[in-house]
Design a protein around this ligand. Structure first.
Ligand code: ADP
Ligand code: TZD
Ligand code: MG
Length: 584
């Protein structure tokens, strides 16, 4: 019998009974059919059996201690694999715990599907007070790229297909899929059920840029005296690493990687202008944005960062912007040559466009950048060579820098304020998609969820550099890391608080809001679950502990004691603080 033919339903009393399939199995088979074999979630009514049956069906079911962390895991799995990461939660409170991550996925353009069990429509719509009742679909909509609900078992295939397409096509994002409890128990003839499932064909179709848009961009680029390429996390996501490298190297244009685009080309590449960032941004005359938005992380393309004199002034640069979203251009400043399409197609079209002739940027431009780089690199080397007691961010990160260099395949997770900013500028990455961090929102709490997903998705070593505050948001997941015995080495930059550990309550009554228990031993937390805990007070102790963690692959948490006076308020974004902004 062909799969599209209706199955013969056995008549009542027939000895031969028709094989049936229930909602649980239709969901599982629909996911598997589309190559989605890992679920990050937390069990409970009504999805406990879904987690059990998924595991029994040989899916990887990674169970967390809090849905937010499962959600962040799913979101970053989406970034790393280009397939939607799946997060599964219970209704109302579990759903809400996962919602933060769904919003994060949408904001960061990561493909993710949040699947939550829910109460029946009949009860929710009359607000009759079900166990964990909430109109989840309505709540999810504003933060999701798309939101769907499936009411009938025969629609599960369509529901999952639509969720996958919405998550990965065009600009990727977070999708919500609402599955009411009764759906799981519905059953239908297995053959018809299986025939209703959809293997999504070409879920993220190539989007080819228009030839005139390419010509416009090429003309502008050829007119540049001081061109610059800016690589964003969209470029890392696109997985067209070789083409991007070829574009950079063939054009000879200096480039700057945004945080999660570090390693797309090795940070040590001779054309990398990171060490001359504050020079190249205002000086460049034509900037090619590849999968990077001109949001707050790039000072909105305006102001002093970009050579504008006054606060609102724009530096007058011309921009070429490669983005899959046709609405992105002109969001902050004029985009002279928008290139709408997927990055792989746009970059190869530009490469083809170069064949008609290309002159590399002038020796003056490259020379000026190299001068700045040499000076700044020497200054940094001097700072890194110091060995103060207690350790500061620099002396500790000098060790991390060496360890990452020796282990270029390890995934680097990073969050905090100073712990984030210093790591980003000090620790070089060598391979694409190895650095995952606080992203577009500068969000705290992604750390342990990211560690779990990075280890599960890559099967390799993970190194997490965490502020002590940042770690606290997801710290309980060290149990998850131990339970699944993941090769994760967490280093806590412990400076006793948010930014620093030195604030005091002026009334003398309570601890200051930014300060934690002094001398806290986060390493003991890891020991509680059978992992390795290390208390490190010197760079040598830190180095030894990290090397051992990577050698043994054991879950390890190193409490790195950092001078509590070493950080600055808000790290590098002090100017965004209302109290600091007033002074400007
Ligand atoms: P960063 O924070 O690194 O600057 P952003 O998150 O601001 O990066 O920007 C990423 C951009 O990349 C988004 O505007 C998104 O639409 C775009 N993008 C994501 N994937 C692709 C792709 N495959 N092709 C083209 N653009 C993409
Ligand atoms: N809550 C959330 C979800 N995200 C945030 N970004 C913040 C609060 C505010 N915040 C920052 O922007 S950084 C930070 C907070 C609380 C913690 C900084 O302390 P840390 O890092 O210990 O992690 P350093 O090294 O001490 O600066
Ligand atoms: Mg801190």
């Amino acid at each position: 019998m062909g799969t599209n033919e209706a199955p013969v339903i056995a008549a009542a009393g027939d000895a031969q009974t028709t094989e049936m399939i229930d909602g649980f199995h239709l969901v599982i088979e629909a996911l598997k059919l589309n190559g989605l074999n890992t679920i990050y979630g937390l069990p409970g009514i009504p999805i406990t059996d879904l987690t059990r049956k998924a595991q029994a069906a040989n899916m990887r079911m990674i169970a967390f201690r809090h849905e937010q962390n499962a959600g962040y895991a799913a979101s970053i799995a989406g970034f790393v694999t280009k397939q939607p990461g799946i997060c599964l939660t219970v209704s109302a409170p579990g759903f809400l715990n996962g919602l933060n991550a769904l919003a994060h996925a949408t904001v960061n353009c990561f493909p993710m599907i949040l699947i939550s069990g829910s109460s029946e429509r009949e009860i929710v719509d009359l607000q009759q007070g079900d166990y964990e009742e909430m109109d989840q679909l309505a709540v999810a909509k504003p933060v999701a790229k798309a939101a769907f609900r499936v009411l009938h078992a025969e629609d599960i295939g369509v529901g999952i297909a639509r969720a996958i397409r919405a998550a990965v096509s065009g600009r990727p994002g977070g999708v919500y899929l609402d599955l009411p409890a009764k759906l799981f128990a519905q059953s239908m003839p297995a053959a018809a059920g299986r025939a209703s499932l959809i293997k999504v064909v070409d879920p993220a179709p190539a989007q080819i840029p228009a030839p005139d848009a390419i010509a416009r961009a090429m003309d502008l680029l050829k007119s540049a005296k001081k061109p610059l390429i800016l690589l964003g996390k969209g470029a890392a996501y696109a997985q067209c690493d070789a083409d991007i490298r070829e574009l950079v190297e063939k054009t000879g244009i200096p480039y700057l990687p945004m945080s999660m685009a570090k390693g797309l080309l090795p940070d040590t590449h001779e054309q990398c202008a990171s060490a001359a960032r504050s020079y190249v941004l205002p000086e460049a005359d034509v900037v090619v944005l590849i999968g990077a938005r001109l949001n707050w992380l790039l000072s909105h393309g305006k102001g002093k960062t970009w050579g504008g004199k006054g606060h609102k002034d724009w530096g007058g640069q011309k921009f070429i912007q490669i983005d899959i979203s046709p609405q992105e251009a002109d969001s902050n400043v004029r985009i002279d040559a928008p290139l709408v399409g997927d990055i792989g197609s746009c970059v190869s079209a530009l490469l083809a466009g170069m064949k008609s002739g290309w002159t590399k940027p002038s020796a003056e431009w490259i020379g000026a950048i190299n001068d700045k780089k040499t000076k700044n690199v020497a200054k940094m080397a001097e700072t890194l060579a110091k060995d103060p007691s207690p350790m500061n961010f620099h002396s500790a990160l000098n060790v991390v820098r060496d360890i990452v260099k020796a282990n270029p395949d390890a995934m680097l997770v990073n969050e905090g304020a100073n712990a984030l900013d210093f790591t980003r500028s000090i620790v070089d990455l060598y391979k694409p998609r190895k650095r995952i961090d606080v992203g577009t929102w500068g969000i705290m709490g992604v750390g342990m969820g990211y560690c779990v997903a990075a280890a599960v998705e890559t099967g390799g070593q993970v190194i997490a550099i965490e502020g002590d505050s940042a770690f606290g948001f997801s710290g309980m997941e060290v149990e998850t890391i131990c339970r699944y015995n993941l090769p994760v080495c967490i280093v806590i930059m412990n400076n006793n608080g948010v930014y620093k550990g030195t604030d005091v309550d002026p009334t003398g009554r309570d601890p200051a809001p930014t300060v934690f228990v002094k001398g806290a031993r986060y390493d003991k937390l890891m020991e509680a679950f059978g992992g390795v805990g290390v208390h490190a007070t010197t760079p040598a102790e830190l180095r030894k502990a990290m090397e051992e963690a990577i050698r043994s692959k054991k879950p390890t948490l190193i409490n790195a004691v950092i001078d509590e006076t070493a950080g600055t308020e808000s790290g590098r974004i002090t100017s965004l603080n209302p109290s600091a902004a007033k002074k400007n």
